[in-house]
Design a protein. Structure first.
Length: 125
């Protein structure tokens, strides 16, 4: 039994490797020396100065103008589409009226022709 105890004592139990946990990096807060609670946007206004702020303003204006131009183009396209549909409808209406008049004339001619044929056939008998 002693031999078996010595044999088992050499075996070690598996475990996870313990690693040292790193601390969170502590950041120093930024304090504004000229903070005024009455005007809390003062810091933001200072950030709005400079080349970067100017670039952002211009990009915003470009986006706004682009959206406006797209909206105007859509309005123009819709107007042109409405006008084209109206013109097409007017042409179709005129064509239908002409066709109706022609068909009416042809039907009356056919009727007269049939009447003459009937009368001539009746007279011959």
């Amino acid at each position: 039994m002693d031999a078996e105890c010595k044999k088992r004592s050499r075996l070690t139990q598996m475990s996870r490797v313990v690693t040292e946990k790193s601390m969170l990096k502590m950041l120093e807060p930024r304090f504004e020396e000229s903070f005024d609670p009455e005007r809390p946007r003062l810091g933001r206004d200072q950030k709005r100065k400079g080349a970067r702020a100017e670039k952002e303003k211009l990009q915003h204006l470009i986006k706004k103008e682009t959206r406006g131009a797209i909206k105007e183009l859509r309005k123009d396209a819709a107007f042109l589409n409405r006008k084209q549909r109206k013109d097409t409808a007017a042409k179709d209406r005129d064509r239908r009226e002409k066709t109706k008049r022609l068909m009416s004339g042809l039907q009356s001619q056919q009727g007269e022709w049939n009447k003459e044929l009937w009368e001539s056939g009746k007279k011959k008998r």
